[in-house]
Write a protein of this length. Structure first.
Length: 571
């Protein structure tokens, strides 16, 4: 061992080249030391300085590490997957993404010990990476050609024309920036975050979760109500990703001990923009950030695409066009209550009506509607906002949620004095909504004389029309699942399969509803001390379908599957 390089450790490749007679030990030590000083990989340094020819090194490396030797001439240049990573990354690691097979990306390298390249390519592409050996001279040639092709590209590792018009309106690029986040080091983080946001929009996600853990960091999308992991960047980038998101949301990046809330607005084109509601939460291993996508287009879908059956739609339209009374929508978080209420507001929003809403928070701007963000810390509660509304000559009032007796009493007073009131509660069914108000302390007579309609709802995933597959079950099983004898054999039953156009066999969601008109008989039952079960029995007599029955109709129509409605309605 040469004493002139006491701290240099020979890699397996260098030892293999010594063993095969291409290098002596002193030359190998010098080459390794100089490659490190020049910040290039060993193979590049050896070829550039004529220590050995590239073919000999490639054969030795393939033998030593068991990595296949690939002839770059065998692949069409146009098919090389260079859109998956940036030009800067290709230059930095002297490696190139060759092709993708499923979720695996094959990366061409001349030095199989270049694990940093594989890790960063994995991070930026979101794919599992695998090394493929290419001769150094051929690799250099193809990289130079790729860089020439990419010189005119602005979006680095995106390769997506849709992003060219995107304007991050809320970003102040010069504000609240740590020194560590400046310059070229920040570019990969900016591109990664932008790519994640664009992917979420394109995939129809409703929420994004950025989550730090002890040994890993993950990003998840909620698509059609189901969370799935979409990326796992290196854990050491968690602080910088959080800082980037906080800068975009105009939050205090120096404050990491308390939760914060903000918003991001992305302008996709001159006429299309998307809002994100951002929430940070200090956790054991860093800040978790959750972003809710607020797409204003969702509020303008129209009632026909929400999934109401014809008789349910008729009851809904009748109730929201009444001059007074209360329409209540109930269901768990994420069941589409806000979209239902916004749809109603859009239908009845005319120049002749004065509409005011109290929300926590306002999710989507509605043109021509007076929207108020409640702020309990400053004394602006649902109840205080409602009181103010009643002094503002309203026709229609929307209350984001009835949470307490005070809010319920003011809402009912408004409904009894010539105003249409729309609101939500958190209960499992329409009859339970009525008894919930009783439990709050609202007199039964007031409920009976003010409530017009109660809607309980859930969202079920739609089967993908491209890949759904017919399945047959015995009649006995079908009866156990809730189907009546008169419908057996009259429809086709489908199950999810999965293809490249959907997520696990599903694409999009549709509502299932229990739409209960609060009748005089139900009011009498309530005033006589009846409970939710008594009201549910009367609703059944009056032909009101419960959630499971409505969901079964979606199965009969071929819209969704049995397993999906069982997951959502829990029957």
């Amino acid at each position: 061992m040469a004493s002139s390089q006491p701290n240099v450790i020979l890699s397996g490749l260098a030892r293999k080249l010594i063993q095969d007679g291409f290098l002596d030990e002193n030359s190998a030590l010098d080459a390794v030391s100089n490659a490190q000083k020049n910040k290039v990989n060993l193979v590049t340094y050896l070829v550039e300085n004529n220590y050995a020819d590239s073919n000999s090194i490639a054969v030795a490396a393939s033998t030593e590490f068991g990595v296949p030797l690939f002839d770059i001439n065998a692949i069409d240049f146009e098919q090389i997957a260079t859109s998956l990573v940036s030009e800067a990354l290709i230059k930095k690691h002297h490696a190139i993404p060759l092709f993708k097979r499923g979720k695996r990306l094959y990366v061409g390298v001349s030095d199989p010990t270049n694990l940093a390249a594989l890790d960063e390519f994995k991070f930026h592409s979101g794919l599992t990476t695998e090394a493929v050996l290419i001769e150094e001279t051929k690799l250099t040639s193809i990289i130079e050609k790729v860089i020439e092709e990419k010189e005119s590209e602005d979006m680095g590792n995106f390769g997506d024309d849709d992003f060219e018009d995107m304007d991050l309106e809320t970003v102040d690029e010069n504000a609240n920036r740590d020194d560590d986040d400046k310059g070229a080091d920040e570019a990969p983080i900016v591109r990664f975050v932008n790519k994640i946001l664009l992917d979420a929009i394109k995939k129809g996600a409703s929420d994004l979760h950025f989550e730090p853990y002890e040994k890993r960091y993950r990003v998840r999308f909620r698509i059609d109500g189901i969370l799935s992991e979409v990326a796992s960047p290196p854990i050491n980038l968690s602080v910088r990703i959080a800082a980037r998101l906080k800068v975009m949301s105009r939050l205090d990046i120096s404050e990491k001990r308390v939760p914060q809330d903000g918003r991001i607005k992305l302008k996709l084109s001159k006429t299309k923009s998307i809002d994100f509601r951002v929430s940070t939460l200090p956790t054991l291993f860093g800040e978790k950030i959750v972003m809710r996508i607020l797409d204003s287009a969702a509020a303008k879908l129209g009632i026909d695409v929400l999934g109401y059956e014809p008789e349910q739609k008729a009851l809904f339209m009748e109730a929201i066009h009444k001059p007074q009374g209360m329409v209540l929508v109930t269901g768990p978080t994420g069941s589409g209550k806000t979209v239902s209420l916004y749809t109603a507001v859009n239908i009845i929003n005319t120049v002749e009506t004065n509409i005011s809403t109290a929300e926590d928070p306002v999710e989507i701007n509605l043109e021509g509607v007076n929207q108020v963000n409640v702020n309990p810390k400053q004394g602006l509660t649902f109840a205080s906002a409602l009181r103010s509304f009643l002094r503002q000559d309203p026709d229609i009032v929307l209350v984001g949620e009835i949470r307490d007796l005070e809010t319920a009493e003011i809402a009912i007073k408004a409904a009894q004095t010539g105003h249409l009131v729309l609101s939500t509660l958190h209960t499992n069914s329409a009859p339970e909504t009525i008894t919930r108000m009783i439990n709050m302390g609202v007199p039964a007579f007031n409920i009976a004389t003010s409530v017009n309609l109660v809607i309980a709802q859930r969202l079920v995933r739609r089967l993908c029309e491209i890949c759904k597959s017919e399945v047959k079950l015995p009649d006995e099983v079908m009866k156990e699942r809730g189907f009546q004898d008169d419908v057996l054999g009259t429809f086709k039953l489908y199950e999810p399969v999965g293809c490249d156009k959907c997520v696990n066999g599903y694409k999009g969601r549709v509502g299932v509803y229990q739409v209960m008109k609060f009748s005089k008989v139900m009011g009498q039952i309530l005033m006589e001390g009846g409970n939710a079960l008594d009201i549910a029995n009367q609703a059944e007599k009056e032909g009101v379908k419960d959630l499971h029955e409505s969901a079964l109709l979606k199965v009969i129509q071929g819209v969704t599957s049995l397993e999906e409605i069982n997951r959502v309605t829990q029957n």
